[in-house]
Design a protein around this ligand. Structure first.
Ligand code: GAL
Length: 864
């Protein structure tokens, strides 16, 4: 932004994503650490310089940390201005240093299946020159990092500025005392990722956006606005605004504060104006001003599909002596929430059943490096299933993901911790909990509180403290009360897989959130041989009786397992069974059957979950574990790289389970999904059950024209199943009925030999901004265009023109070919190429897929 634009606006926030140098070492050779947990005296502990970065988020000023005088004694060459980094890798952010692999294979490796077999561990240094003009002298200069994994420490011009250990928070550091006006400023960021520090793939690096903000020393504080609404109706709503202002200058000033409300964006129609306020602000002081106004006929924020997710923008301006010194924009929505113990969630008075999923932060083959289009695509595929809610398991998401959920009208449960004081893995964030829980929590809340999509705050997932009696409940109350200090409009919860209704823990929460217990754990005969772990009947009734005034939901249901396109025989005749080699699993191929009847030992099939939800209609809904497959946690086969829990695989291809959810979540959709595929040369004459996912209540199945009988759904049945079909090649045809009327038909045919490839980009026009992506699916077909269901042909992708191949995948959790590879085997007939347009050069990008003995395919993507 030019100085003139700055003068017109009073604030300049620019991306710092471009132009970094990077080096990673697997070991820590720097002789510094954040904290010494190994009693290893070789390393200088830098924690005293980092802790003061938390001060703005610690409410008791007596507990603020003082920066030690001077600098640490260890001289880090990488942090010096004149360090020669020309041999380091050049790159742009967001960046995940581990995603390119290679994968670690087998046992005894530094990073095993749980953390995704990718080289996340080690120390990463990032360096970049900062251009700060002479005119910048006198301004406040802030570095803003939206996520760095992990233990970030930041130097500017040889001086240690501060840092932030928790990899999932956004954080801001004040660079003002350290910069030299002029070109010669060097920023150095050091990250340190431990092994054994996560239950899933954390990624490594500065994996979210980085910004530089220049502003007058008197300005709106970081995340300094809170905009809420009350008395909301179609007729009117009261909007309350709190704006916190700080004076980092040396003199006391009188400041005027004006906030306007616009429809949608700052450029949208102005619909309201708060009374102007004026305050005196002494040097070093922070003060908040409050305002309220009534808006007539507000356009409410509502989850889709029933209504629109309307947004407003509050524009706050600060004036000193009538001169504009800061402009700060806050996007928000007007809506009411009610949490009813018997009816569930009410948004603007309307009951909305929570049809949600859990999502980890990775973007499959793109890793943890945030990309808006990749995240939007995840939401789009989920929306197609009828999903209306996302639980951010188990950590703060990228801020842009919440912008997407606001705009797309998803409900969100925003979650901050997977553990408190009690560890889940030896080097996870329990190590920093004592000093950082308050700043982590307040930073999370202040950043996210204006997003209308967020309906509840989760302070923890399955923390060990659930079952430690009063000790654990006391921590829950502390965290709960911090939340209520920052936001009075939403309720607080934590997920419980082991707490019981009589324990103190659930009593400390506003909403009862159960993981798996709601539908019961190891409670049916198919699970009775499992002796490790909890066994409980469905817990909804007991919690409802113990907390008759608290809304209840399941923050995790199912933990059902499957591999797309894999069908194993025989098929269980019960509705839910754990996976093992005689039941839905194959530990040699490491694949799980997609009849969608199998679960983790502690889980339940979808059918069993639906039954328990329907038997307990006061439950507000569910978040399925999980929406998409994710990197790491490959239960039940830890030699694999990625999970089996999703209704969508890691590459974005729909599993059969997707359609089971769709049949319930979109009951008006005329859809009937048949499984398995019908190409079984080795099964002629063998029983090959056929199951159908549909909102219809009745169906008739024909094999080569012969009826296999009419099947009707009984009470608490969610699929149509013909378990005695004897395989013969040819055609399966299905006719379904709902309430006696014909509903949807489907046909599945036996495919011939693999003959050709077909390409299908999800978008064939993308932006040439170096960020936008096209996800190009390739399908292996026979000569007639039928998918060859078990095709595993090796495919080579190539890209020409102003674009590049970023990564490939096929959704197979066992595929350890590294993601950037242009060669990828098809898996169950499909593979994926992710293509990006080069920044600034628009044109036609040709994507080609070739495979030996197959007719190749080309598609054009236009970038502009
Ligand atoms: C839950 C846990 C999730 C995930 C899931 C499936 O217990 O909260 O993070 O691990 O099980 O294994």
């Amino acid at each position: 932004m030019s100085q003139r634009a700055f003068a017109a606006h009073g604030r300049d926030r620019t991306s710092l994503n471009v132009g970094w140098r990077f080096l990673r070492t697997e070991e820590n050779i720097d002789h510094v650490v954040y904290d010494n947990i190994l009693n290893d005296t070789n390393n200088e502990v830098l924690k005293p310089w980092i802790l003061p970065s938390a001060n703005n988020f610690i409410n008791d000023a007596d507990k603020h940390y003082q920066r030690p005088s001077g600098n640490p004694s260890t001289v880090l060459p990488q942090a010096q201005k004149d360090f020669d980094d020309s041999s380091w890798q050049s790159l742009d952010l967001p960046h995940d240093w581990a995603i390119q692999g290679p994968f670690y294979e087998g046992y005894g490796v530094p990073i095993g299946g749980g953390m995704g077999r990718l080289p996340v561990q080690g120390v990463g240094w990032y360096r970049r020159q900062l251009e700060l003009q002479a005119e910048d002298k006198g301004k406040s200069i802030y570095l803003e990092v939206d996520g760095a994994m992990s233990y970030a420490m930041v130097w500017l011009n040889n001086k240690l500025v501060g840092g932030w250990p928790y990899g999932y928070n956004s954080f801001q550091l004040d660079l003002t005392p350290y910069f030299d006006p002029g070109k010669d400023n060097y920023l150095a960021i050091r990250l340190d990722n431990p092994t054994n520090s996560s239950r899933w793939y954390p990624g490594g690096g500065i994996y979210r956006n980085v910004w530089l903000t220049k502003v007058d020393p008197v300005h709106v504080s970081q995340w300094g606005t809170s905009i809420t609404s009350r008395e909301v109706s179609a007729v009117s709503a009261v909007v309350d605004a709190v704006v916190q202002i700080e004076n980092k200058g040396n003199s006391s000033l009188r400041i005027e504060i004006a906030t306007d409300i616009h429809v949608g964006e700052a450029s949208g129609k102005k619909v309201g104006e708060f009374d102007r306020a004026a305050i005196n602000l002494g040097a070093g002081e922070r003060k908040s001003v409050n305002g309220s106004l009534k808006l007539d006929k507000p356009r409410l924020w509502n989850p889709v599909p029933n209504q629109q997710p309307n947004l407003y923008m509050a524009v706050t301006r600060l004036y000193s002596n009538n001169k504009l010194i800061d402009t700060f924009e806050t996007s928000f929505g007007i809506r009411s929430l009610a949490y009813d113990a018997n009816k569930g969630l009410l948004v603007n008075g309307e009951h909305v059943r929570i049809q949600g999923v859990n999502q980890h932060h990775d973007l499959g083959a793109l890793g943890a490096a945030f990309n808006v289009r990749a995240a939007q695509r995840q939401l789009e595929v989920l929306r197609e299933a009828g999903c209306n809610a996302i639980r951010m398991s188990h950590n703060p998401p990228a801020p842009e993901l919440l912008d997407l959920t606001d705009r797309m009208g998803f409900l969100v449960m925003d979650e901050v911790f997977d553990m408190w004081e009690l560890q889940k893995t030896p080097y996870d964030m329990h190590l920093t909990f004592a000093q950082w829980h308050e700043p982590i929590l307040r930073a999370f809340l202040r950043r996210d509180r204006n997003h209308p999509s967020i309906i509840a705050w989760s302070i923890g997932n399955e923390v060990g403290e659930q079952t430690t009696g009063e000790t654990g409940a006391a921590i829950a109350r502390t965290l709960h009360d911090i939340v209520r200090e920052e936001d009075v409009t939403r309720l607080v919860t934590a997920s419980m897989n082991a707490a019981e209704p009589t324990m103190p823990f659930p009593a400390a929460l506003d909403i009862i959130s159960l993981n798996y217990q709601g539908e019961g754990i190891r409670d049916t005969p198919a699970y009775s041989h499992l002796n490790n772990g909890r066994r409980t009947p469905p817990q909804y009734p007991a919690f409802h009786a113990a907390f008759p005034d608290k809304m209840m939901l399941s923050t995790e249901t199912a933990a059902a397992l499957s591999t797309r396109g894999t069908y194993l025989f025989p098929v269980t005749d019960v509705i839910s069974a754990p996976v093992n080699d005689t039941s839905g699993g194959n530990s040699t191929s490491m694949h799980v059957s997609s009849y969608e009847l199998y679960s983790a030992d502690f889980g339940s099939s979808v059918d069993k979950v639906f039954t328990s939800l329907d038997k307990n209609p006061y439950v507000a809904g569910e978040f399925v574990w999980s929406g998409w497959d994710y990197l790491g946690e490959p239960t039940p086969y830890y030699s694999a790289r990625s999970s089996y829990f999703g209704l969508i695989d890691l590459a974005g291809f729909k599993k059969d389970r997707f359609f089971l959810y769709q049949s319930r979540w979109r009951p008006d959709l005329r859809m009937a999904h048949v499984l398995p595929h019908w190409t079984w040369p080795d099964r002629v004459g063998e029983v090959t059950p056929v199951h159908v996912f549909t909102a219809a209540d009745e169906g008739e199945l024909f094999l080569n024209g012969k009826s296999q009988g009419v099947v009707k759904k009984g009470e608490f049945e969610y699929r149509l199943r013909w378990d005695d079909v004897v395989y013969e090649p040819g055609e399966l045809h299905l006719v379904t009925y709902k309430d006696g009327e014909e509903w949807a038909n489907a046909t599945v045919v036996t495919a011939g030999e693999a003959a050709q490839l077909q390409l299908q980009p999800d978008r064939s026009v993308i932006s040439a901004d170096g960020l936008d992506l096209s996800f190009v699916a390739v399908r292996v077909t026979d000569g007639q265009g039928n998918t060859v269901p078990e095709a595993a042909n090796a495919i080579t992708f190539s890209v020409s023109g102003p674009g590049e191949l970023v990564a490939t995948d096929n959704g197979d959790p066992t595929d350890l070919a590294s993601f950037p590879s242009a060669e990828r085997k098809a898996f169950s007939g499909f593979a994926l190429a992710i293509v990006r347009g080069k920044r600034g050069s628009s044109g036609r990008v040709t994507v080609t897929a070739e495979g030996t003995g197959l007719q190749s395919a080309k598609t054009i993507i236009t970038t502009r």
